[in-house]
Design a protein. Structure first.
Length: 114
């Protein structure tokens, strides 16, 4: 988590000062075994809380996150250990849903194209 927080902080600063575009943390996740769902949920809760606070406080430098990888049932041949099947993980699904609602509530400005 310390590495991830530093990585997000450095890239958020760069997105504000150098790129002048918002950062979206993409394709993050945690390898999971069925018995480790609580660990994954704890990891996601921590990451999402950090991203939420960073988004709220970064003046547009941080815009959100996308988890790797959400799949539907029947896609077992594509599983890589990071997969999340929402219908099989109600607790994780709730964490993602709650984060989405919190991010929407921030009412961030939508970028316009020039």
């Amino acid at each position: 988590m310390d590495f991830l927080k530093k990585w997000i902080d450095i890239h958020t600063k760069d997105s504000i000062t150098i790129l002048k575009k918002p950062l979206i943390v993409e394709e993050f996740g945690r390898i999971i075994k069925v018995e480790d769902i609580e660990q994954r949920d704890s990891f996601l809760t921590n990451v999402y809380s950090y991203i939420y606070e960073g988004t709220k406080n970064s003046s547009g430098g941080l815009a959100g996150a996308m988890i790797w990888q959400i799949m539907s049932e029947g896609m077992e041949s594509y599983y890589d250990g990071y997969q999340l099947v929402l219908s099989q993980s109600p607790s994780t699904t709730k964490i993602i849903s709650d984060q989405s609602a919190r991010m929407v509530a921030l009412e961030l400005p939508v970028p316009t194209q020039n």
